[in-house]
Design a protein around this ligand. Structure first.
Ligand code: DGL
Length: 273
């Protein structure tokens, strides 16, 4: 019974942490493609190929259900994967839809027609590829009408976080928030549309001010996954082991992950021996 969690690197650990807190007994296999991070500056074909490779590895590890804990992969690759690549007995879920369901106050999996919602001005912070894909706006338009989205590509932020350079990361958050507020002075909500960014949620909140409701994905994705598994217990998969796999160097990724999550995490090489 293992569920797979995929990210380009360390960011998906913010989703892992919340899934683990909510479902302590669920076996989880984490795959970080650290050798190819960041994805946020790659083109869509490249992101698709790398994401398929990582998800295949998670299928091989006994996961029938994989969560793409990566907005960039969810934006650039998920739809194409679901349309022609994912085998019938497997599922791949993204992180946008649960977030939008929470933002628009819908039940999980409610696919009814779009309607007016309380929030009217939304700030989106994400990687350059996610912003360019407009996937967030597309998924939002299926569920809500009359919402104005202003998106800020946060160049450099994932690199700074992967490198553990928090001083640079905090300075980048402040300058990206300033740039967005010049175009949308009073957002009611802000979406941290990259799974690396919850590590800086407090810095985003301080820069945006107390009136802005900041949405991070970890808890939201964990709750929607729990609901999904209750409705589809057959998707639990046959793996039973908790594992952390990386395409990077296991020792240095383990050290970075331990610093990033402030708990001991040990990665193994993702190649099958
Ligand atoms: N953490 C990822 C996301 O949610 C990927 C960031 C990157 O690799 O650029 O977008």
């Amino acid at each position: 019974m293992a569920v797979g969690i995929f990210d380009s690197g360390l960011g998906g650990l913010t989703v892992y942490r919340e899934i683990r807190a909510l479902m302590p007994d669920l076996a989880l296999v984490y795959y970080g493609d650290n050798a190819h991070a960041p994805y946020g500056v790659r083109d869509a074909d490249d992101i698709y190929a790398l994401t398929c490779q990582g998800v295949s590895r998670l299928f091989d590890a006994g996961c029938d259900l994989v969560v793409l804990a990566c907005n960039t992969a969810s934006a650039a690759a998920l739809r194409r994967m679901q349309e022609g690549w994912v085998p019938d007995d497997k599922r791949v879920l993204g992180v946008f839809v649960p977030l939008i369901e929470a933002l628009t106050e819908r039940q999980w999996g409610d696919n009814s027609a779009p309607r007016e919602v309380g929030v009217k001005h939304v700030a989106l912070f994400a990687t350059p590829s996610t912003v360019a894909s407009r996937a967030f706006q597309r998924e939002l338009s299926f569920r809500a009408i009359g919402v104005d989205v202003e998106a800020q590509p946060c160049g450099g932020l994932v690199d700074a976080l992967e490198a553990g350079d928090l001083i640079l990361a905090e300075a980048l958050v402040r300058s990206h928030v300033d740039a967005l507020l010049r175009r949308m002075p009073k957002p009611e909500a802000a979406v941290l549309g990259c799974t690396h960014y919850p590590m800086l949620a407090e810095v985003f909140q301080a820069a945006l001010g107390p009136d802005v409701n900041v949405f991070s994905q970890g808890r939201i994705v964990a709750k929607s996954l729990m609901d999904y598994l209750e409705r589809h217990p057959d998707m639990l998969g046959k793996g039973t082991q908790n594992l952390f796999l990386t395409t990077g160097l296991p020792q240095s990724v383990s050290d970075q992950a331990t610093r990033f999550l402030r708990q001991d995490i040990r990665f193994a090489a993702s190649e099958i021996e």
